[in-house]
Write a protein that binds this ligand. Structure first.
Ligand code: CIR
Length: 252
C-alpha cells in the first residue's frame, strides 16, 4: 500500500510546457481543476499528499514523476534528458532528503522517472530521447544494492516507457501494440490497447484501484476484467503536454 504522494501545482506557465502532442496549449484553469481532482483521488485512496507550489521558471514541473524515483529504500534524483527540466530537481530534493536516503544520476547520464517501471523487484528502464544508457546503467547500479534487477528497453515510440506500458495488477500489464509480444514482459499477461487508445496505456494502479483516463471505453472494458475498482479522470489538459496519470505524482 502507498501511504504518501508528492504532487506539484501547475502554474500559469504550464501553457509553455514541452509537447509533441499537437493538441494545442492546455487551458490553465481547466488544468488546475483536473489537477485538483487528481489530488482528491489520491487522498480518497488513503494517501497523504504533499502538494508543492508551482515553479515559475519550470513549466513542466507539475510532472513530478520525472525528476525523481522513489522506492522504499532510496530516492534517486534523476537528471532529466530535457535540459529545461533539470531545475525542477532542487525543490523536490529538499523534500525527499527528509524522507529517504538520496542517490543521484550524474552526467553524462540522463534519466526521467517516466521511463522507470517498477514491478516488485523488477525494474524496466526505457531508453528514450530522455533516458540514455549511462543514466539507465547508473540507476540499475544504484537499485541493485537494494535487490532490484533492471532490464533496459530501447523505445521506438512514445515519450517514456510508461507512455506505453504500465502494471495494472493481477500479474498483468496494459500495453500499446508495440509491446504486445515484447520479450521483456513475457512473464506478464498483456492487455493490449488499440492504437487509437494508446494514451490510456498510462493507467495508474494505486492501492488496489485503477485510475484511467476518461474517454476510453474499450480500455475501461478491458480493465474491468481485472476486477479492481476503476476511477476515470479527465486528463484532457495534461494530455496536451504528453502528460499522463503516472507523471503527476510520486507515490511511496
Ligand atoms: C515533458 O515533455 O517533459 C512534459 N511535457 C510531459 C512529461 C510527462 N511525464 C511522464 O509521462 N512521466
Amino acid at each position: 500500500m502507498f501511504t504518501h504522494a508528492i504532487t506539484r501545482q501547475p502554474g500559469p506557465n504550464v501553457i509553455h510546457g514541452l509537447t509533441t502532442a499537437n493538441l494545442g496549449r492546455p487551458d490553465f484553469t481547466l488544468m488546475q481543476s483536473q489537477h485538483q481532482a487528481y489530488v482528491g483521488t489520491l487522498k480518497e485512496l488513503g494517501l497523504s499528499v504533499i502538494i508543492l507550489p508551482a515553479e515559475p521558471d519550470f513549466p513542466d514541473a507539475c510532472f513530478v514523476e520525472d525528476p525523481a524515483i522513489v522506492l522504499p529504500e532510496v530516492a534517486v534524483i534523476s537528471r532529466p534528458g530535457a535540459p529545461s527540466r533539470r531545475g525542477e530537481r532542487a525543490s523536490l530534493e529538499a523534500v525527499l532528503a527528509h524522507l529517504r536516503p538520496l542517490a543521484r544520476i550524474e552526467a553524462p547520464g540522463t534519466l526521467e522517472g517516466g521511463d522507470v517501471l517498477v514491478i516488485g523487484r523488477a525494474v524496466f528502464i526505457g531508453l528514450s530521447e530522455r533516458t540514455n544508457r549511462p543514466g539507465a546503467e547508473q540507476l540499475a547500479r544504484i537499485l541493485s544494492r537494494y535487490g532490484y534487477h533492471s532490464t533496459f528497453i530501447p523505445l521506438a515510440d512514445g515519450l517514456h516507457l510508461k507512455s506505453s506500458v504500465n502494471y495494472v495488477g493481477k500479474n498483468s500489464v496494459l500495453v500499446t501494440p508495440d509491446f504486445a509480444a515484447h520479450d521483456a514482459f513475457s512473464d506478464y499477461e498483456k492487455l493490449v490497447v488499440a492504437p487509437a487508445d494508446a494514451y490510456a496505456a498510462n493507467t495508474l494502479l494505486l492501492n488496489e484501484h485503477l485510475i484511467t483516463p476518461a474517454g476510453f471505453p474499450a480500455v475501461k472494458a478491458m480493465l474491468d476484467s481485472l476486477g479492481l475498482p476503476i476511477i476515470e479522470l479527465d486528463m484532457s489538459e495534461a494530455r496536451k503536454l504528453d502528460g499522463g496519470l503516472t507523471c503527476l505524482s510520486l507515490r511511496f
